[in-house]
Design a protein. Structure first.
Length: 305
């Protein structure tokens, strides 16, 4: 699917003009891929890499354009089971024309980072800027979810909460790899600044992006280390909760078995002691059973088992 955009009053707006400076291809079909390869001479391998979620960020300098692939957070859905993943996006810069290729439909031009754009070249930089903030937003969400899951683990013994923590930890590993890959790409863009003909303001913006990306990576690293260090502790809590439950069940079982033993002894086919008759003997036996149970509980508490 092809969408066209242009810059009006420093805003990115959709247009029907075929000469629009920004073309967005969302999950292009074979005909659109063929057009990109034949008309714009985009390398077919690079185009397919832009749609591969496992592709690493990289920069390619072609004769008539500059192409690069960068990582961005994938849209999260409830079916992902708390697993956050990164997707890829292809950017093909032709000077006055910018072609964007994504595998999934998304609100690409939202966010304060894209609130004011002066040129196609600046838009290209700010798209990476927006991706960094998108990662940081997801990291805050992951941290909030992790805190909530940890509280539930303290009170429950279900494995699903541990599985949720494993999914969040896996997500942080994905994000660390994606942010680190973007960092290498940004450095390559800085080293090839002359090819892009960046202005001084755009170079300063690129320096800010480097700082923000490093902070994002460190934040993901901190969250990942904290979550990893807590995994063993959380597993121990689940095991301890199980031990407490088994201890309680043992107390109940033994406290019932002791009076049962007393009653069973008097239930044997023998003469009742002290010349007791059946009716008063019944209450005596029940009383002995109750006393034995209370005595056992007192003994258990005394021993602090």
């Amino acid at each position: 699917m092809l969408r066209r955009y242009q810059i009006e009053n420093s805003k990115i707006v959709e247009t029907a003009d075929e000469k629009a400076p920004v073309l967005l291809y969302v999950n292009p079909d074979e005909a659109e891929k063929r057009r990109l390869v034949e008309t714009y001479q985009i390398d077919e391998h690079t185009l397919n890499s832009a749609l591969d979620p496992d592709e690493q960020a990289r920069l390619e300098c072609e004769p008539n354009h500059i192409a690069f692939i960068y990582k961005r957070p994938k849209n999260y859905s409830g079916d992902d089971q708390l697993l956050f993943k990164a997707s890829t996006m292809g950017v093909f810069y032709f000077g006055e024309l910018l072609i964007l290729v994504v595998a999934e439909d998304t609100n690409l031009f939202e966010g304060k980072q894209l609130a004011k754009v002066a040129s196609v070249r600046e838009l290209m930089i700010r798209l990476i800027y927006r991706s960094i903030f998108h990662f940081m937003e997801h990291l805050r969400v992951i941290n909030t979810i992790a805190d909530d899951v940890e509280q539930k683990i303290n009170k429950a013994m279900e494995n699903k909460y541990l599985i949720n923590l494993f999914a969040l930890q896996k997500s942080l590993v994905y994000y660390q790899n994606a942010v680190n890959s973007n960092g290498a790409l940004i450095e390559k863009i800085r080293h090839n600044a002359a090819r892009f003909d960046f202005t001084q303001e755009e170079l300063e913006l690129l320096d800010d992006i480097v700082i923000e990306n490093n902070q994002c990576y460190r934040q993901a690293e901190v969250y990942s280390n904290i979550l990893a260090s807590l995994m063993d502790a959380r597993a121990s809590i689940v095991s301890n909760n199980l031990n407490v439950l088994m201890k309680t069940l043992n107390i109940i079982t033994i406290s019932i078995m002791v009076p049962t033993l007393v009653v069973s002894i008097f239930s044997m086919n023998v003469t009742l002691p002290f010349g007791l008759k059946e009716h008063p003997a019944f209450w005596l036996i029940m009383g002995l059973g109750a006393v034995s149970m209370v005595g056992f509980l007192i003994f258990w508490k005394y021993k602090k088992w």
